[in-house]
Design a protein around this ligand. Structure first.
Ligand code: NAD
Length: 441
């Protein structure tokens, strides 16, 4: 079958961090309707308001992309692009419920000749074996004959203004070569033809899963190295800076691994490994180390505070006040999904500390709803914290001066030094006085 992209209508299903910018970008070249089950999100987008702050109001208002929460409005689409969440459940198993529901909905409006492209991150086989079967069952049409599947993993990195939908290489794959070629053309319009055509759909699915698992494992290595260097009394950032001077040292840094991708996708890869009888040793040990990092960070803070107070967290001691700077899962965005800062907070609270959290980007209502926490959106003025921990490298924090950081501190007892714990090493070049303890991972 030959396709004429110019005459084809596109529906983007799921208007979140991935789907909405994609729909707006594609609308520059043709007819696009964005569909989402979240009525508030759709109403906001119609008003030109993106609560994820990925797209500015003027740009959204100027876009020809239509937004709807009515399935009927996407009935006439020729190409469906699915960008719904693919999370994990409480046992860290892939939770395909949402992508299955979206497939059921699309199956209900599918016509002969339609193309369904999945962008959601999945493990190899989900597009064809799971979603394809649902589409067949609901529509009564045959996959690969009456309708055709495609897969194109999403690589955008929210908050990153350098690597955008319009310049990063896009991987595409199709059930037939004609579909793959159509996807080359479709996505190539947006990024100057910067497309990699994968051999087949499973290859493209697997490529996404290993990209993120590779990152996770490399960070896990840095986290493990950090734990042993800390035991030796060394700062991992000092050691990394020295090692980085070698030409082929990979520039990963230790830290909390949260969010919906790096901390989630390796479990998708692990699941497909287990399904075929392969024990994914490295993948799962990387996950275990990274998932334990919040508790490790809290223990380090506890140790520094108690060293000053000459007690341990099992002993009775003065309560200390801790201010955590940053709650989102990464810097300069408002996304709090799967943030591991919450592990630090919960562990510290479990030890009996008073913990305040500040974040200039996170949405107060969302943090309260999802985590039951009241965050501060402006920095407290009074000097009363025994410890300030820098958790997320927001610009607001990286621009702080020694005096603005010190203005947050004030130990209760004169002989006890307040602690600055900087897990990102952001302030390591600042010159703090001896009256405070400054530590990094
Ligand atoms: N956010 C990222 O940076 C990123 C990067 C690469 C890949 N991904 C992957 O892309 C996919 C989407 O992620 P996201 O961050 O955009 O998610 P998101 O939570 O920001 O957005 C998903 C949207 O889908 C909507 N939705 C849920 N069920 C639906 C349904 N049945 N029909 C229509 N809409 C529905 C939700 O209301 C929401 O608005 C996931 O698989 C994710 O792993 C995300």
């Amino acid at each position: 079958m030959t396709y004429n992209l110019k005459n084809m209508k596109i529906a983007v299903v799921g208007l979140g961090y991935v789907g909405m910018p994609l729909a707006v970008a594609l609308a520059k070249y043709g007819s696009v309707v964005g569909y989402d089950v979240n009525k508030t999100r759709v109403a906001d987008l119609k008003e030109g308001w993106d609560s994820n702050r990925e797209i500015r109001q003027a740009m959204l208002r100027a876009s020809t992309c239509e937004f709807t929460d009515k399935l009927d409005d996407i009935k006439s689409a020729d190409i469906y692009i699915v960008t719904v969440p693919t999370p994990i459940d409480e046992q860290n198993n892939p939770d395909l419920d949402i992508v299955e529901k979206a497939s059921t909905a699309i199956g209900g409006v599918l016509d002969n000749g339609n193309i369904i492209v999945y962008e959601s991150t999945v493990y190899p086989g989900v597009t064809e074996d799971i979603c394809g079967s649902i589409l067949e069952k609901v529509s009564g049409l045959k996959s690969g004959e009456d309708f055709f599947l495609g897969y194109s993993p999403e690589r955008i990195n929210p908050g990153d203004e350098v690597h955008t939908v319009e310049n990063i290489t896009k991987v595409v794959a199709g059930q037939t070569d004609e579909v793959a070629e159509l996807l080359v053309e479709l996505y190539g319009q947006m990024n100057g033809g910067n497309i990699y055509k994968a051999r087949d759909i499973k290859t493209a699915e697997a490529s996404k899963a290993i990209e993120n698992a590779q990152r996770d494992i490399n960070i896990a290595f840095m986290n493990e190295v950090t734990m042993l260097l800390n035991k030796m009394g060394l700062s991992s950032y000092d050691v990394i800076d020295a090692a980085r001077s070698k030409w082929n040292f990979l520039p990963f840094t230790p830290g909390l691994v949260g969010g919906h991708c790096i901390g989630v996708d390796p479990y998708y890869l692990a699941k497909s490994a287990l399904d075929i009888g392969h024990q994914p040793e490295v993948i799962l040990s990387g996950r275990k180390i990274n998932d334990g990092m919040g508790a490790y960070v809290a223990d380090r803070i506890d140790r520094f505070l108690n060293r000053e107070r000459q007690c341990d967290h099992n002993a009775e001691r003065d309560e200390a006040n801790i201010l955590i700077l940053g709650f989102t899962f990464k810097e300069n965005i408002n996304d709090v999904r799967n943030t591991k800062v919450v592990d630090v907070i919960n562990t510290l609270k479990g030890y009996g500390y008073n913990v305040d959290v500040h974040d200039p980007h996170a949405r107060e209502e969302e943090v309260s709803h999802e985590y039951g926490l009241d965050i501060l959106t402006t920095l407290p003025r009074q000097k009363n914290y025994d410890c300030v921990m820098l958790a997320v490298n927001h610009k607001t924090y990286s621009e702080m001066t020694v005096s603005s950081i010190l203005s947050l501190l004030g130990a209760k007892q004169e002989h006890v030094k307040p602690v600055i714990y900087d897990i990102k090493g952001t302030w390591k070049t600042l010159d703090f006085p001896d009256s405070v303890i400054y530590e990094t991972l």
